[in-house]
Ligand binder design. Structure first.
Ligand code: FES
Length: 671
């Protein structure tokens, strides 16, 4: 029996004893070390590169010597002369073990690489690709042992890679010519979840495989093109959802379907066309073709999800809000008319409930409340707010109808976040405002501001701007807790002007643009939206029997722009230390990217979604009660003592006697 040697792999620390002459790749496989290979150890792909470390390693108890590996061989020589091997590297399939040795597997030789996410609290993504390149040699046909070329390919894939393979008719149609052209050596793009061979190339083939993560929202469609092996995002793009012409919000699109037979088919067609356009655009941005894209992962709210899949969304518009299907779906892209590689696959994340979709599932995948030690409230703010609350013990979810006010709709000076829109505002003790515009770094009281706005002007207030404006007005004593704006005398500033039967605060007047004001109507619209959001969160807190949360994560493009302190002054979110309120950016898009790059995460989120407890706000009597109390700024009954300890909220009341009848009327409308 030949001598055994100790082999230690870093960074995994895995170790084992191997006989002289064992290739390093084989030792790695036997120990479960993550060392890549496409060619199966034939010295063609160079994916198996390793770096032997030489010297004394007391912590491992070995002395690793140059002679511990076989000499540089002809295959490595040839590879080095043609494509070049970095200094100190060997091919793991060629270098054989001859003595005790320590071997480092560099990150680029690991299949399961880590993609580091920028936020400290976010989990890194481990690459676990759904499509892999597998090189095989197939037995040639033999008249004495008749079998199909595909069956022999299946046999080779099973023997060499341990996989069961299936093929579409289009793959089979190309098979015989490809096998012969490659002299019975072929490379297959193998889709791990379905076992499908998506494409076959003659001989050894090594071009990157790409995938798309798509976040299909009611207003915009965003896509990220990723290299499936490295996780690198090569291009990102987005476009407006063309379904907007059938209705701005989700319910109006469902109404369109109800009123117009065939309306769902029409909306399905336009959204698929838009995604096809986006695929073409993003491929050309990255200098690839749409045929290089092998998989697409899609997340969407339930109505967008159904319309994309060609499912009637009408049931989602009325109680009991039944989904046609809630589980994840996997199918060929051509089934929904998407043009990518001809066998490309699509995976859609599961929906959580009739109002809480695959986009919320993607947020859960990105933010992992189910793994959190502390109690986290995650709010994806949009026209519907999706809310998740929980920790590793339990996770609850609901959605709350916030309406479009946070996006600047229903606001007198409101507009989408675009150059010219006020996005930040501060009001001093003199009750005078200063502000900043989208895409402009200067505050309005800084030198050069007037020149810097020559192109854009000052055109309105965007969603995050209106939140700051109202919160600042509350802190400055211009708005009282009930949401009433004081008159000039009450509030002590001539910027408060009479506006019909109520008052308005003038943020900006001058130049050729519009006069920009915050009216009492604006405040009412925001109160309704924020009360819905808070009430949803509060309902989930009731279910968990808690009065506080440890941290809050604001997700979504809008969430990324909201100032945590102002959101809390407004009472959008429960009282919580401001430093514990963070923004996750487009967490739904990130969740889609994780599902695209990490196959195991799909099973993980499917299991998580099954465990998430769904709360339907529309049928919870407590919701209305919480909603009414949450219309105050910040709240009628919750103390918000943490907030008040650091932030002054003047005890003003502009609800004078003569105002009382009008006030009651407004409250009735509000409720
Ligand atoms: Fe392909 Fe070593 S495994 S070159």
């Amino acid at each position: 029996m030949s001598e055994k040697h100790t082999v230690i792999f870093t960074p995994s620390g895995k170790r084992g004893q191997f006989a002289s002459g064992t290739p390093v790749l084989e030792a790695a496989r036997r120990l479960g070390v993550d060392l890549d290979s496409v060619c199966g150890g034939r010295g063609i792909c160079s994916k198996c590169q390793i770096t032997p470390s030489f010297g004394d390693f007391p912590k491992f108890g070995v002395a690793s010597k140059a002679a511990s590996l076989s000499k540089w061989n002809a295959v490595e020589e040839r590879y080095d002369s043609i494509r070049g091997l970095p200094k100190g590297r060997r091919l793991g399939c060629q270098a054989k073990i001859e003595g005790d040795v320590v071997i480092d597997v560099p990150p680029e030789s690991q299949v399961h690489k880590q993609v580091i996410r920028k936020r400290a609290e976010a989990r890194d993504i481990t690459i676990d690709p759904s499509v892999r390149l597998l090189f095989v040699e197939v037995e040639e046909p033999d008249m004495h042992k008749p079998s199909g070329d595909f069956e022999r390919l299946q046999g080779a894939l099973k023997a060499e890679w341990g996989v069961e393979a299936r093929a579409s008719l289009s793959t089979l149609a190309a098979l015989q010519a490809t096998l012969r052209k490659g002299k019975w050596q072929v490379t297959c793009a193998y889709h791990v979840p379905s076992g499908q061979i998506l494409q076959i190339w003659p001989g050894y083939h090594d071009s990157p495989l790409y995938g798309l993560a798509v976040d299909l929202g009611s207003t915009t469609i965003a896509a990220h093109l990723c290299d499936l092996a490295t996780g690198e995002v090569l291009a990102s793009s987005g476009l407006m959802n063309p379904q907007i012409r059938f209705g701005e919000d989700l319910m109006s699109r469902v109404s369109y379907v109800m009123m117009n037979p065939g309306g769902d088919v029409e909306m399905t067609a336009v959204v698929r066309t838009a995604i096809n356009d986006l695929i073409g655009e993003i491929a050309s941005m990255a200098n690839i073709t749409r045929n290089d894209i092998f998989e697409l992962v899609l997340v969407a709210n339930p109505i967008m999800h159904h319309l994309f899949l060609g499912l009637d969304p009408v049931e989602l518009g009325q109680a009991p809000f039944a989904l046609a299907v809630s589980d994840s779906q996997s199918f060929a892209a051509r089934e929904v008319g998407l043009e990518m590689q001809h066998n490309a696959q699509i995976y859609t994340l599961p929906c959580i409930a009739g109002h809480v979709g695959a986009d919320a599932a993607a947020v859960a995948l990105s933010e992992a409340p189910n793994l959190s030690e502390d109690l986290v409230l995650i709010v994806d703010v949009g026209t519907n707010a999706e809310i998740l609350l929980g920790n590793k013990e339990r996770v609850l979810a609901c959605s709350s109808p916030t309406g479009p006010a946070f996006e600047g709709a229903q606001i007198s000076s409101g507009q989408r976040a675009a150059p010219g829109a006020i996005e930040h505002i501060r009001i001093g003790t003199d009750k005078e405002p200063v502000f900043k515009l989208v895409g402009n770094d200067r505050w309005s009281n800084e030198a050069g501001f007037e020149q810097s706005i020559a192109q854009t002007g000052i055109t309105g207030i965007c969603g995050s701007g209106i939140i700051e404006a109202i919160a600042e007005m509350r802190m400055a004593g211009i708005v009282d807790a009930s949401g009433l704006i004081g008159s000039a005398e009450q509030a002590g500033t001539p910027r408060c002007i009479s506006d019909g039967r109520t008052n308005a605060y003038v943020v900006y007047e001058g130049g050729s643009g519009p006069k920009i004001t915050v009216t009492n109507g604006d405040i009412r619209a925001i109160q309704l939206a924020k009360a819905a959001l808070y009430a949803g969160a509060r309902l989930l807190m009731d279910k968990l029997k808690v009065d506080t949360v440890d941290r809050v994560v604001l997700a979504g493009a809008f969430g990324a722009h909201i100032s945590p302190k102002h959101a809390m002054v407004l009472g959008m979110i429960p009282d919580c230390p401001v430093e514990q309120v963070t923004s996750a950016g487009n967490a739904a898009g990130t969740g889609a990217r994780i599902a695209l790059l990490n196959l195991a995460s799909r099973a993980e989120i499917e299991a998580t979604v099954r465990k998430i407890e769904k709360i339907e706000t529309a049928i919870e009597p407590k919701f209305q009660e919480h909603f009414v109390e949450a219309t105050n700024i910040p709240h009628a009954t919750a103390p918000f003592s943490g907030l008040r300890a650091t932030t002054p909220l003047p005890d003003v009341n502009f609800n004078t006697k003569s105002d009382k009848p009008r006030r009651r009327k407004r409250r009735t409308q509000l409720e």
